[in-house]
Design a binder for this molecule. Structure first.
Ligand SMILES: *Cc1c(COP(=O)(O)O)cnc(C)c1O
Length: 361
């Protein structure tokens, strides 16, 4: 068996120890005689798995007592419609900061339920930065302010949290959740798909402040009504049981790494290796993002000539590194280096970049 270094943007790399444990427990979880996939979601065995995953998630992220954590389905794109249905209440508009593909997608989804107010945008500079907070034209009557904390495709990340006063701040945290400590109290709601930094696709995480519950529009499906899901412990419908089990193992792994402070230090080291290589390449490799807003999770970079992309990727693959091709909307390369990407994987990529630039520069 040969494992590759997988730089996919998602579904993405998982810790090898987690996969090994899941394999060992596949046919018989803890003497139950069955796989987690085969368990009743209301039985004591799965309830123990769910409770542990919930409490580890809350502990790792430091979720305060007045916030609910929901394990749902529908993905981040689902939440882009579900969140407005739940939070609009009697309000009619939502403020959006547009930093790229995913915040644009959130705007178009929410636009079917509310008036969209683009309060700031970096479109004029090809989404290469987070617009300075002083330029945001916030509306005090908005239902909430929406940001995407890490633009997975553009590689642009907030390294600060805006203060939106009494208007709740909502963030799509799909691709940087649990990558570094986060002050949850500054947000009204966080949502994200699991398949970038948490576990398998199919699980959607929502963290919501208590006072925002109970205002869902009458058209909201019960499975997507946060208050009803909260009252039912995320079990109003069958939750994605196997994905929750794997996420729980990832949470255990993350805690064993030392939690979010330790993982952030590691993520800074990994991203630093790549950005230092790009910046020291004399223009051979280019990352277009403003230095202060560069993502620790997704590192896009271009080569001097698009005709070099294919040989760069083919040689990377021969060296055991896959999924480095950039998103079709951006081109070039993208290295996604989530929590579970080992430093050795990033070091191997850096070695390849240095060697390739020497031969083609
Ligand atoms: C991947 C991603 C999405 C899309 O998630 P789905 O699970 O496909 O709905 C949305 N937002 C961000 C920031 C992402 O990285």
């Amino acid at each position: 068996m040969t494992r590759v270094f997988n730089f996919s943007s998602g579904p993405a790399v998982l810790p090898e120890s987690v996969l090994r444990q899941a394999a060992e427990e596949m046919l018989d979880w803890h003497g139950s005689g069955m796989s987690v996939m085969e368990m009743s979601h209301r039985g004591p065995q799965f309830m123990a798995i769910l409770d542990e995953a919930q409490s580890l998630f809350r502990e790792l992220l430091g979720v305060p007592d007045d916030y609910r954590t929901l394990f749902l389905q529908g993905g981040a794109i689902g939440e882009m419609a579900i969140v407005p249905m739940n939070l609009l209440g009697a309000k009619t508009s939502i403020d959006f900061v547009n930093t790229g593909t995913w915040s644009s997608k959130a705007m178009s989804e929410a636009g079917r339920y509310a008036r969209i107010n683009e309060v700031a945008s970096s479109a004029a500079t090809a989404f290469d930065r987070i617009p300075a907070f002083e330029t945001w034209r916030l509306d005090p009557d908005a239902a909430y302010v929406h940001i995407c904390s890490n633009e997975t495709i553009g590689g642009v990340e907030y390294h600060w949290t805006p203060d939106t006063g009494d208007v709740p701040l909502v963030a799509d945290v799909s691709s940087n959740i649990l990558s570094a400590p986060l002050d949850v109290t500054k947000f009204g709601l966080l949502y994200g798909g699991a398949q970038k930094n948490v576990g398998p696709a199919g699980l959607t995480l929502v963290v919501v402040r208590d006072d925002l519950l109970g205002r869902a529009l009458p058209i909201t499906p019960c499975a997507f009504d946060f208050a009803q899901q909260s009252d039912n412990g995320s079990m109003l419908n069958t939750p994605p049981t196997y994905a929750i089990y794997i996420a729980g193992l990832v949470f255990r792994w993350l805690k064993a790494q030392g939690g979010l402070v330790a993982i952030e230090a590691l993520n800074l080291r990994k991203a630093g290796l790549l950005y230092d290589t790009i910046d020291a390449s004399g223009g051979f490799y280019v990352n277009p993002v403003a230095v202060a807003d560069r993502s620790l999770m997704n590192v896009p970079f271009r080569l001097p000539d698009a005709r070099l992309d294919a040989p760069f990727l083919a040689e990377a693959e021969a060296l055991g590194m896959v999924q480095l091709k950039g998103h079709r909307s951006v081109g070039g390369m993208r290295a996604s280096i989530y929590n579970a990407m080992p430093v050795e994987g990033v070091q191997r990529l850096v070695d390849h970049m240095l060697d390739f630039a020497r031969r083609h520069g």
